[in-house]
Design a protein around this ligand. Structure first.
Ligand SMILES: [Zn+2]
Length: 148
């Protein structure tokens, strides 16, 4: 059964947010990326050729499509921003990549951006597709607690 709605960002437990932060720091200064469930994450190799963006390998993208139709679909795709010049949340490029031609590739997935621009994990922001664009729906502190 394919989920149509984006799950509430608050479904993500602090452990998952902290794990995203740790994975983002491990990859720094490259961007890290992966998938998140309520209480765990999977880090995926970043197929992007440059340090300032992320892309899933074709095989991982296919596996994601299968997972979204399976019994335990991920809640979110996450990636990190690792340079001071990067946006704190989704950049214009992120928005174009996640919704080419204005249509989201995965409307049921949250987009999480982890902030490691200073070389430390400063928290994360979650975005959901809402009425034709990505809107911020939650902000998490570095300990994984919900800020907003
Ligand atoms: Zn980004």
């Amino acid at each position: 059964m394919l989920r149509r709605e984006t799950p509430p960002a608050h479904s993500l437990r602090p452990d998952a947010i902290r794990a995203i932060g740790a994975a983002a720091l491990a990859a720094h200064p490259r961007e890290a990326c992966g998938l998140a469930w309520a209480d765990r994450i999977e880090t995926l190799p970043n197929a992007a050729l440059t340090d300032d963006c992320f892309r899933l390998h074709a095989g991982d993208a296919l596996r994601l499509e299968r997972m979204l139709r399976g019994p335990d679909p991920p809640l979110a795709v996450w990636h990190s921003h690792s340079r001071s010049s990067h946006a704190e949340g989704m950049s214009d490029l992120d928005r174009r990549c996640a919704a080419p031609r204005g249509e989201p590739l995965h409307p049921s997935l949250l987009q999480i951006v982890a902030d490691v621009r200073t070389g430390a994990f400063a928290g994360a922001r979650a975005f959901a597709w809402r009425g034709g664009g990505f809107a911020e729906v939650a902000s998490f502190a570095s300990d994984g607690a919900v800020r907003t």
